[in-house]
Write a protein that binds this ligand. Structure first.
Ligand code: NAD
Ligand code: MG
Length: 401
């Protein structure tokens, strides 16, 4: 069978997901062409990627960063066109010349470009989980209405996807005999640390994940287990199940990436080394399987697989996510916004590790109920929640720390 070459737009090309994606793509020059690469402020890395790959477009934040990229491209004779800011992101996310968009921006900043790609009916490979947490059913409705193809890159959701029949529909999992999704979690770097020592952990300790190498925000999320909380919400959105049918299972080896339990007692799991290139390769050419560069799984070296219940006292962020999911409306938006504010403050040394959950809880509570029925409502709620989290943070640690 002759397959057409896929033309890719990589949102967040300079990050960890971007790097893994480019690694897989480079192994298949006959299958993929890079149409556009985007970055935020890391113009140095964007420049070096563009000089090597020569995409049609590069997007960077406006102002000095864009001018610098343009200057280097002129000097080096690179013909990549430089676009700026949100307008640039929206342009490349919807460009008819590209059929596949990899959503690898971190945080709520990815919402509009990722949604634009969905509205343009693209094949969207979703790593950027925050937009789904924020926009929930609006996002999934847009997938259906515009004939987009949404393929999860998050390793857990990609695993669930692989354990479901190929023709599953989001509202039909119960008819397919699915009882529950078992979402695995490594437990992060602080799984076994005495709880009383958690308040003193540093950003570098939080970012030193035992099994995965990732960007700093998601690494902190893994350490607080808010990453699993966001993934719980992501799973409910993607697969149309309530929170009561998604269980978090701590599995320190990160070899089973998640499981699907069926009514007949079967539990299907997807296994592999903890390396994002596997889910990326799975989704890039789905349903075809392609080489990813990941080492084969050596079960004899793994030796054993352990499982524990998630400790919601040690990891209150997980409980907050279950509660926000049950509350619905703007609660998940407030949860995500407050988490971004809190993680940023922690990474800057302004907020202690164990104060992250408290700031999120206070923001969600103070934010209260708010109906969300449009993308404008989502953006407004996100802005308001960030403002509230920011002022609660200032009150806690002092405005000019
Ligand atoms: P990262 O910090 O390594 O990279 C983030 C990318 O987003 C960079 O290219 C950066 O330039 C861009 N970016 C940041 N802020 C931006 C803004 N305001 N506007 C436009 N672009 C912006 O992050 P990552 O670890 O690659 O994670 C990306 C997303 O994928 C996150 O949502 C994360 O939760 C998800 N994810 C990551 C992994 C992983 O292994 N890294 C696994 C599963 C899911
Ligand atoms: Mg994950």
């Amino acid at each position: 069978m002759i397959r057409s070459v896929r033309s890719l737009t990589l949102l967040g090309a300079t990050g960890s997901i971007g790097k893994s994606t480019l690694d897989v793509v480079a192994r298949h020059p006959d299958r993929f062409r890079i149409h556009a690469l985007t970055a935020h402020r890391n113009s140095e890395r964007l420049i070096s990627l563009c000089l090597r790959i020569a995409p049609r477009f590069a997007v960077v934040e406006g102002g000095d960063a864009a001018r610098e990229v343009q200057r280097v491209f002129r000097a080096e004779g690179c013909r990549t066109e430089v676009l700026e800011g949100l307008q640039g992101l929206l342009q490349v996310a919807t460009d008819p010349e590209s059929d596949t968009v990899v959503a690898g921006i971190v945080g709520g900043a990815g919402l509009l470009p990722t949604l634009a790609a969905v509205q343009a009916g693209k094949r969207v490979l979703l790593a950027n989980k925050e937009p789904l947490v924020m926009a929930g059913s609006l996002f999934m409705d847009a997938v259906r209405e515009n004939g987009a193809e949404l393929l999860p890159l998050d390793s857990e959701h990609n695993a669930v996807f692989q354990c479901l029949p190929g023709n599953f529909s989001r509202d039909g999992l119960t008819e397919l005999g699915v009882r529950r999704i078992l979402l695995t979690a490594s437990g992060g770097p602080f799984r076994d640390l005495p709880v009383e020592t958690l308040s003193a952990v540093t950003p570098d300790q939080a970012c030193a994940h035992p099994n995965w190498s990732m960007g700093r925000k998601i690494s902190v999320d893994s350490a607080t287990m808010m990453n699993k909380g966001l993934e719980l919400i992501e799973a409910c959105r993607l697969f149309g199940l309530p929170g009561s049918r998604v269980e978090v299972v701590v599995h320190p080896q990160s070899v089973i990436h998640s499981m699907v339990e069926y009514v007949d007692g079967s539990v299907l799991a997807q296994l592999g080394n903890p390396d994002m290139r596997t889910p990326i390769a799975h989704a890039l050419d789905y349903p075809a399987r392609i080489e990813s560069g990941v080492e084969p799984l050596d079960l004899f070296r793994v030796g054993r697989l352990d499982f524990q219940a998630a400790d919601q006292d040690r990891f209150p962020c997980l409980r907050l996510a279950y509660e926000a999911l049950a509350e619905g409306g703007g609660a998940c938006i407030a949860l995500n916004a407050a988490n971004e504010v809190a993680v940023d403050a922690f990474l800057q040394g302004r907020l202690g590790f164990t104060d992250i959950a408290g700031l999120i809880a206070d923001t969600v509570e103070g934010f209260g109920a708010c109906p969300v029925s449009s993308v404008d409502d989502v953006l407004l709620a996100d802005r308001e929640a960030r403002r509230l989290a920011g002022s609660l943070l200032d009150a806690l640690v002092g405005g000019h720390a």
